[in-house]
Design a protein around this ligand. Structure first.
Ligand code: 3HC
Length: 288
């Protein structure tokens, strides 16, 4: 394993490209959206500068960044000759399946295709390609450079050798791995999203203010962040999408998205990335 292509330069893709480069891999970062990959590189530089300042990386940030090459055209990504592709695009099934059919066409036959999806079945993604044995889930946590876990998910057709390779690669990135079955939302989001949803039900009922709900969970349960703040970090649109998948695929009312969460998403209040979610966020990422 030497070369990793990351597809999608949002907050997760940028973090995955960063930890891959930190681990010494040659990295390609592809996003067709104009300016997205360049913005991600800026974010990576800031994150690496913080880590260097604290002595948490041994190399200079520029040396890590030098291992990352930006791509803006799908037809050019094959020139990287990647051993592994990690996709972190939006959680939309149609867009994702079309992307995988395209990647399957342009990437070398050896390339393992890993998805950072938080809720779309790996088996379904594999079926959109002619290499379902080389398709696997590799679910990182946000913020990727800080969070220690990667959840690895084999699909129905995933080759056990591919699973072993991906586990080893995540460990080389300094992550601890867990293996989850290909069931809706896997382990982490299956447990996290009902917590976040309940916080939105509580907010809608006026049980307490947003700040008090967050303080209650943060100090009462020793969580690093309250669930409403965490939802603003993850993205309210992403939380809603995951809850919809849980509700639809497991068919249980306990996963019904809270009306307030749905309404915030309808308003475009997607969280920190939009400057407004449950809370209002300044451009620098601080709560107003
Ligand atoms: N790069 C480098 N350093 C970073 C960073 C980044 N991207 N993000 C945060 N840091 C550093 C900060 O600079 C800070 O360093 P310091 O202690 O030396 O000042 C340190 O991390 C702690 O950050 P803060 O002081 O700003 O704030 P916190 O103490 O609250 O820590 C946090 C931030 C680590 C994000 C912590 O609040 C936390 O663990 N929150 C919960 C995160 C979580 O649950 N993530 C999982 C979400 S679910 C998911 O991702 C799945 C998806 O599919 C939905």
């Amino acid at each position: 394993m030497e070369k990793i292509l990351v597809v999608g330069a949002g907050q997760m893709g940028a973090g995955i490209a960063q930890v891959s480069a930190q681990a010494g891999f040659s990295v390609g970062l592809f996003d067709a959206f104009p300016g997205a990959a360049e913005r991600a590189m800026e974010g990576m530089k800031k994150s690496l500068a913080k880590l260097a300042e604290k002595g948490q990386i041994q190399e200079k940030p520029e040396a890590v960044i030098a291992r990352v090459r930006v791509f803006t055209k799908m037809d050019e990504v094959a020139s990287l000759d990647p051993d592994l592709m990690i996709e972190a695009i939006t959680e939309n099934v149609e867009i994702k399946l079309k992307l995988y059919a395209d990647l399957d066409r342009v990437l070398p036959a050896k390339t393992i295709l890993a998805s950072n999806t938080s809720s779309i079945p790996i088996t379904q993604i594999g079926a959109a390609t002619k290499r379902p044995d080389k398709v696997v889930g590799m679910h990182f946590m946000n913020p990727v450079p800080i969070m220690k876990l990667v959840e690895v998910i084999p699909g129905l057709a995933t080759d056990p050798g591919v699973l072993a390779t991906v586990l080893k690669t995540a460990e080389r990135m300094g992550k601890t791995t867990i293996v989850a079955k290909d069931r809706p939302a896997f382990v982490v989001n299956r447990i996290l999203m009902p917590l976040i949803n309940e916080a939105f039900f509580a907010l809608g009922e006026g049980l307490a203010s947003a700040e008090d709900i967050d303080t209650g969970v943060r100090l009462g349960l020793n969580h690093p962040m309250g669930p409403l703040t965490l939802a603003d970090f993850v993205g309210l649109d992403t939380c809603l999408a995951i809850l919809e998948v849980l509700h639809k695929q497991l068919g249980e009312d306990k996963y019904r998205p809270a009306p307030v969460l749905r309404q915030y998403v309808q308003a475009g209040w997607y969280g920190k990335k939009a400057g407004r979610g449950v809370y209002v966020w300044e451009a620098g990422g601080q709560k107003k």
